[in-house]
Design a protein around this ligand. Structure first.
Ligand code: C2E
Ligand code: CA
Ligand code: CA
Length: 707
């Protein structure tokens, strides 16, 4: 089975559900679909709208400014033209004054010589002497004209005329000149005022007022409007400039969009990375906790959530033996398998290292979690092969169901973790549901560990020795060193309890080394006796194990030929290659290796063939059954025969009954160990048992020997 490298069909679906969860628990700002939408809105609000509005405002402002300049040009020109037109009026007045001075009034003009009283002395109208009086011609204006002052505008028929009076001796000449179209055209050219004309009185232009102040006409002209001309001229340039400006703004907005998108994507990636485990792609611990929190918050009443916490047994060994790459592939494969088993219905996450969590919601959550644990164990039961290397792991699984008191994600996960530890302590590859008693056990273990640390440091541990006798002569040929912890209180803590604790709390190395040194130092004085010392898998797998054994031998001066190291099959299961390497190292040092507890757990004849053990110890459970279970007897007989064929000696443990001896001897067992011969006793007692050495143990009242 090589699923580690496969991309499984459910992964996409799972990822979607992860994203969905992330959104719901606030780990991610939004799920992917909503995310892109909100991202567009975000961009529109934060970048596009402000940039677009600012650019439009700038463009409008520039247009307004340019327009203002044009309008100002128009206005200035108009003001200038106004003043120019006023000069035109002055010029016309000058014309009239000159006409009065010279008497030459031109076509349509008239001149009247009047005395002081206003009586007309002479009249010329349109170049002909006339009988008209000045009073007839000028009407009420005459009085003003007689007084002198500025020339006056008057209406002469449909034309505008100007009248002015000049003294002529005692009298006065009053002349009226008609402002002809020609004159206006000349003035139009002279003063650069287009289409200069008299118009009906009105708002703009220069008002032409009569002597009485009423508007006679308005002098008008056509504005040149240079601003409008410039506007026309530069229209295309301004349009092109504004288009260019908006294009640049558009380009900047587009570039911001790209930058914004990149930033958004990297943010999204960072969020995804912060909630997913990089190796397996599963949600990480943080996200598992958040998902649990969300699930717990959603439930009203009794929370419907169970959490399964799985730790791989033997992962470390695979990692150590085959390297990290295979270790990673194993984790990926396990993650893939677990996620596959969820069938998209439950959330699976990796909480770090070789620990996985699966969450179960809904009214069947308890049952689902329990069933899932079996599926995980079944799935892991088949070894995985990576590049031809077999990695076999199992899982210790803890399950915690949410209840009122554990309505907190951290607490629930902690409980599942405690249950998982209990499963591990109870022998791995199993499942344990959390119960409060485990807390005490855990607490108890912790205090045992701390006391044990003190006992090791202060060398308060003891070592006892259980004789191993020759099956034929019943003479002591060896002893097994067994650690003891003399406790001050009434409580006795047996090795079965404190050895696993020492393993878990990292004390086994120092404990093991202490026993080894102590036993070697004692056994050195027992001539020809083989010393068996137990080594836990944790010790045995330590790369420095052989070195430590050598150190103990050097320090005590014990003969390596007489030393046997007992290991259990757990060592092989967890790490086959390493086991053989360490056996080889020990053999080089001439230390023997014994396979202990054969017949329990994973016992396999295959292991006997494959590994170069020197001796085999049949476990007490196997030995106990031989008298009343024919199948057990046959198994023992077969095992011994096989061991014999492989050149292995066999020791039977736990012999309590004389009748067991006969059967086992017949089967070919070469050594016995058990209460029938002796319980484990202290070194002094062993020394006495060996002296005289020819004493056969079976004759002794061994049951009375107590430590
Ligand atoms: P083990 O290696 O299988 O050791 C044999 C155990 O069986 C000893 O228990 C011994 O007292 C007991 N035993 C021997 N003969 C009989 C018998 O006839 N009947 C019964 N009922 N029991 C018998 P102990 O000393 O309690 O040790 C238990 C286990 O603790 C050992 O099993 C071994 O796995 C571990 N252990 C003990 N000392 C050490 C040590 O120094 N280092 C390590 N790593 N493990 C140790
Ligand atoms: Ca043993
Ligand atoms: Ca044993």
């Amino acid at each position: 089975m090589q699923i580690g490298t496969k991309v499984l069909p459910w992964q996409g679906k799972f990822q979607t559900s992860l994203n969905f969860f992330c959104f719901h628990v606030g780990l991610s700002n939004s799920p992917p679909m909503r995310s892109s939408r909100s991202f567009v809105v975000d961009f529109a609000l934060k970048v596009f709208a402000p940039s677009f509005l600012a650019a439009t405002a700038i463009a409008l402002f520039l247009l307004y400014l340019i327009n203002g300049i044009f309008e100002e040009a128009n206005r200035l020109d108009r003001a200038f033209a106004q003043r120019t037109a006023e000069s035109v009026v002055l010029t016309l007045r000058g014309d009239a004054a000159r006409a009065a001075e010279t008497g030459s009034t031109g076509i349509g003009g008239a001149s009247f010589l009047v005395d002081k009283s206003g009586r007309t002395l002479d009249a010329t109208v349109n170049g002909q002497r006339s009988g008209l009086t000045a009073s007839d011609y000028f009407g009420r204006n005459l009085a003003t004209l007689l007084e002198g002052g500025d020339p006056l505008f008057l209406l002469s028929g449909s034309d505008i005329a100007l009248a002015a009076g000049e003294p002529r001796g005692e009298n006065r000449l009053i002349a009226a000149t008609r402002i002809t179209a020609d004159r206006l055209r000349t003035l139009s050219r002279q003063f650069a005022l287009d289409n200069l004309r008299f118009d009906v009185p009105g708002e703009d232009g220069v008002a032409i007022l009569s002597a009485l102040g009423s508007a006679v006409a308005t002098l008008r002209w056509s504005d040149r409007l240079p601003g409008d001309i410039a506007r026309q001229k530069y229209r295309h340039i301004v349009t092109a400039a504004l288009t260019g400006f908006m294009f640049v703004v558009g380009l900047l907005i587009y570039m911001s969009w790209r930058g914004f998108k990149d930033a958004h994507e990297s943010k999204a990636r960072a969020i995804a990375a912060s909630v997913t485990d990089g190796l397996t792609g599963l949600p990480n611990r943080r996200s598992v906790l958040a998902l649990m929190g969300a699930a717990l918050r959603q439930t009203c009443g009794e929370p419907a959530l169970s959490v399964l916490y799985a730790n791989l047994d033997g992962f470390k060994e695979v990692n150590d033996a085959y390297g990290r790459e295979i270790g990673d592939r194993l984790l990926k494969a396990t993650a893939a398998g677990i996620a596959f088993l969820t069938q998209g219905r439950h959330v699976a996450g990796r909480c770090g290292g070789d620990e996985f969590a699966v969450l179960f919601e809904g009214h069947d959550h308890r049952h689902d979690a329990l069933r899932f644990a079996t599926h995980v164990n079944d799935f892991l039961a088949a070894p995985m092969v990576f590049d031809g290397r077999v990695a076999s792991v199992s899982a210790s699984i803890g399950i915690a169901h949410a209840d009122g008191a554990s309505a907190d994600a951290e607490e629930l996960l902690r409980r599942a973790d405690i249950a998982m530890y209990a499963a591990k302590e109870n022998g791995r590859n199993r499942m344990q549901v959390y119960e409060p008693a485990l807390e005490f056990q855990r607490e108890d273990n912790r205090s045992i560990a701390s006391e044990l640390r003190g006992a090791i440091d202060q060398r308060r541990l003891g070592v006892v020795y259980q004789p191993i006798v020759d099956a034929r002569t019943r003479r002591i040929t060896g002893v097994e060193a067994l650690v003891r912890w003399p406790f001050e209180s009434d409580r006795t803590i047996t090795p079965d309890i404190f050895i696993p604790i020492a393993e878990e709390y990292g004390l086994i190395e120092s404990l093991g080394f202490f026993v080894l040194c102590e036993a070697c130092a004692a056994a050195k004085h027992w001539d020809g006796i083989t010393l068996s010392v137990n080594a836990s898998p944790v010790q045995f797998m330590n790369p420095a194990f052989a070195e430590l054994v050598q150190r103990a031998l050097d320090e005590t001066g014990f003969d390596p030929m007489h030393l046997e190291i007992e290991v259990t099959e757990g060592v092989i299961i967890d790490n086959a290659q390493r086991t053989q390497a360490i056996i080889d190292q020990l053999h080089k040092m001439r230390v023997s290796v014994v396979l202990d507890d054969f017949g329990t757990g994973y016992s396999s004849i295959g292991h006997l063939r494959r590994f170069k053990f020197d001796k085999l110890k049949l476990d007490r459970s196997m030995v106990q059954d031989i008298l009343h279970k024919p199948a057990s007897l046959r198994l023992v007989q077969g095992t011994i025969a096989m061991a014999d064929a492989l050149g292995l000696r066999v020791t039977a443990e736990g012999i309590e009954d004389e009748s067991q001896i006969a059967v086992l001897r017949l089967a070919g067992c070469s050594q016995f160990q058990g209460y029938l011969f002796s319980r484990p006793v202290d070194a002094a007692r062993i020394a006495r048992l060996l002296n005289p050495p020819e004493t056969a143990l079976a004759e002794w009242p061994s049951r009375s020997v107590k430590f």
